[in-house]
Design a protein around this ligand. Sequence first.
Ligand SMILES: Cc1cc2nc3c(=O)[nH]c(=O)nc-3n(C[C@H](O)[C@H](O)[C@H](O)COP(=O)(O)O)c2cc1C
Length: 174
Amino acid sequence: MEEPVFETIVNRRSVREFTDQPVTTSQLHKIVTAGIWAPSGLNNQPWRFVLIRDKDTAGQLAAQTRYGRIVDNAAALIAVYLDTEAMYDPVKDHQAAGACIQNMLLCITEMGLGAVWLGQILQNKLRVNEILGLDSRYDLMALLAVGHPAHGNQQSRRRPLADFILKEIQGDEA
Ligand SMILES: Cc1cc2nc3c(=O)[nH]c(=O)nc-3n(C[C@H](O)[C@H](O)[C@H](O)COP(=O)(O)O)c2cc1C
């Protein structure tokens, strides 16, 4: 494989069905390590994480989203937060959170695990904080459901590249 990062990017899929196989502490820590190596403005590293492998807590979180079945069946959950006291610019800090999350998704893919980025649960983010024992200093960005993929059937599509490139402005040397 000549371009392993590119291969991982295009082979990543949102995985919503998992086996019963557990995800280990060292696997979770590796995933979060990938997350914290994302770039951030001024290198302020505003991300924080709650790692969850407790069925009771997962059940309470599952009740906060219409994607509760995915939450219930995942071997592990990673709640991704911004620490509002570490933030310096809302747009840039949210961009950093996105980069962090994507780093984790790519690491998960490379490790042979699967995950889905759950955003719908943000509608109940205050309740999620209560469940996890966090105050409003921490602003929920996403919940990642992680586990061993039950199958490799996930399909995904993208529109053609030309749909997205507004212009190509190039000099004579291009
Ligand atoms: C900000 C954001 C929020 C998302 N929220 C959910 C969600 O709540 N439930 C879900 O099943 N998938 C969610 N997804 C996953 C998308 O549905 C998925 O990335 C998209 O359909 C493309 O599929 P792919 O990731 O397999 O390429 C979310 C993705 C992003 C980036």
